[in-house]
Design a protein around this ligand. Structure first.
Ligand code: GLV
Ligand code: MN
Ligand code: MN
Length: 409
C-alpha cells in the first residue's frame, strides 16, 4: 500500500472516535479524544518509536538517533478537531510524519538527530476558548491563567485535566529547550483553494497569520413579542445582528483581512420572547498584525456605539491573541529542494489559518508544508478531502526533507 492510501485509511480509523454519532467532533479531553491519544501512542510504538502521553495529553513519539547527544527535529500537528470536522485538519500532519518514520524504521535507517513525532492534544480552542494548549506547553508558552477557564458546561480546564489524570503543575516541565532542537516541521492540509486552483499538490508556507478572538455578551431586556412596541425594545439579538454585519463589512475593507462570527446564541430564547441575552464570538485575522488590530479596534468601537444607541449592555472579552509568524527561509529552501527533486513546481504561499508551528517562534526554526485540499478547498467541514496521491507525495517529500535535513550550527 502507498503512504497516501495508508494515511487516508488511518485518518478514517481515527475519525471513528467522535463525541457525536454522525460526523466527527473530538474536543479536548473528552472520552473520544482520550481514545485517539491511546491509539496514536500504539501506532507510534508500532512504527518504531518510544511513545508517551504527556501532562497536557500530547502524544510524543521519539525515533531515536544512535548518537546519544543528538538534538531533535520535531514533526508535529494536532489531533483535536472542530465540531463536525473533516478527517485531515491536524491529523494529516501527524499521520504523514508517522508513516515517514515507520518507513525509516522498516528500512533500518537512523538519522543523525532524533525525530519526535508529536500529536498535539489541542489546537482549535473549541472547548475552552483557548487554542494551542498542547503546542504552547511544549514550546514553554503555556498561559496558566487559562486553567481557570470553563467549558460550555461549566467544567474548569484545570479540573478537567486533573480528572483525566494530568497534573497541571507539571506543564512547565514540558517546555523544550531551544538548544536541544534543530527545527520544527509541520505538514498540514491547506484548508483553502489556492493549490487546488493552481494545480499544485503541495506548497511551502511562507508565514502564518495570527488572530484576535473576542467573546461578546449582550444584555438587553426580555419582553413579550406581542406587546412591546418596536421603538421601546432593547433587543439583544438585533444588536448582535448589527455587530455581525459590521464585522463582515469592516473586514471586507482590506485584501488579507477576514472576520468571522462563528458562534451566535440566544440562550433561553423562545419564539414569542424578545431576546434579553445574546452571545457571540468574533475572530479577526490578516496578513499583518497592524491591519488586523486596526479592524479589531474599529469593531470594538462599533460595538460600543450599537450598545449606546440600542440601550443594551455589552461585555467583550479578548480570549486569545496570536501574532503573525514567518517561516524559516532555511527550512523553506530545504522543502523547495525536496519538492524540486520530486519533479514538482514549488509554490510558496502564506497560511491564513493558525497552526501549532506558530508556538515555536523564537524556540527553534519552523517550517510548514501544505497539502492540496480537495472539494473546492473546503475545510473545518465534513466536506474536507485530501487525495491519497497528494498525501503520498507529501510523505515522500517529508521523508526526503528530513533525510537531507541540514542541522544549522
Ligand atoms: C485553526 O484551525 C484556526 O482556527 O486557524
Ligand atoms: Mn489545523
Ligand atoms: Mn482547524
Amino acid at each position: 500500500m502507498t503512504f497516501g492510501q495508508r494515511i487516508v485509511d488511518l485518518a478514517a480509523r481515527l475519525a471513528q472516535w467522535s463525541e457525536t454519532s454522525d460526523g466527527l467532533t473530538c474536543t479536548y479531553l473528552t472520552p473520544p479524544h482520550r481514545a485517539v491519544a491511546a491509539e496514536l501512542k500504539k501506532w507510534m510504538h508500532d512504527a518504531g518509536m518510544s511513545a508517551d502521553i504527556d501532562a497536557v495529553g500530547n502524544v510524543v513519539g521519539r525515533y531515536r538517533s544512535d548518537n546519544p547527544s543528538a538534538r531533535t527535529l520535531i514533526l508535529g500537528s494536532h489531533y483535536d478537531t472542530v465540531r463536525n470536522a473533516g478527517h485531515y485538519d491536524g491529523r494529516l500532519g501527524i499521520l504523514t510524519a508517522l508513516v515517514a518514520v515507520e518507513h525509516l524504521h522498516q528500512s533500518g535507517r537512523k538519522l543523525p538527530f532524533n525525530v519526535d513525532v508529536i500529536a498535539f492534544s489541542e489546537e482549535e480552542g473549541v472547548r475552552f476558548s483557548t487554542p494551542y494548549i498542547g503546542s504552547s506547553a511544549m514550546a514553554g508558552q503555556f498561559d496558566t491563567s487559562v486553567l481557570d477557564r470553563s467549558d460550555g458546561e461549566g467544567h474548569r480546564l484545570g479540573d478537567v485535566m486533573r480528572a483525566a489524570g494530568f497534573d497541571p503543575k507539571l506543564i512547565p516541565t514540558l517546555a523544550r529547550r531551544p538548544q536541544d532542537l534543530i527545527g520544527y516541521l509541520e505538514v498540514h492540509i491547506e484548508q483553502g483553494p489556492v493549490l487546488l486552483h493552481e494545480d499544485f499538490p503541495v506548497g511551502i508556507v511562507t508565514s502564518i497569520a495570527g488572530s484576535v478572538r473576542q467573546r461578546v455578551s449582550i444584555a438587553g431586556t426580555a419582553g413579550h413579542a406581542g406587546t412591546v412596541p418596536m421603538a421601546l425594545r432593547h433587543d439583544a439579538a438585533a444588536a448582535a445582528a448589527e455587530i455581525v454585519l459590521y464585522v463582515e463589512r469592516r473586514c471586507a475593507a482590506a485584501p488579507t483581512l477576514v472576520g468571522t462570527v462563528g458562534e451566535l446564541r440566544v440562550p433561553g430564547g423562545a419564539i414569542n420572547v424578545i431576546p434579553g441575552h445574546c452571545e457571540l464570538t468574533i475572530d479577526i485575522r490578516a496578513g499583518d498584525d497592524q491591519t488586523r488590530d486596526a479592524a479589531a479596534s474599529d469593531v470594538l468601537a462599533e460595538i460600543k456605539r450599537v450598545a449606546e444607541r440600542r440601550g443594551v449592555k455589552v461585555e467583550t472579552k479578548e480570549v486569545s491573541r496570536s501574532n503573525n509568524v514567518s517561516c524559516s527561509p532555511r527550512i523553506q529552501r530545504l522543502l523547495a529542494a525536496a519538492i524540486a527533486r520530486a519533479g514538482i513546481g514549488v509554490r510558496p504561499l502564506p497560511s491564513g489559518a493558525g497552526h501549532d508551528a506558530m508556538q515555536f517562534k523564537g524556540i527553534t526554526e519552523l517550517g510548514m508544508l501544505f497539502v492540496r485540499c480537495g472539494n473546492g478547498g473546503i475545510s473545518h467541514s465534513p466536506l474536507e478531502t485530501v487525495a491519497a496521491a497528494d498525501a503520498d507525495l507529501a510523505a515522500r517529500i517529508l521523508l526526503d526533507t528530513i533525510a537531507n535535513y541540514e542541522q544549522s550550527a
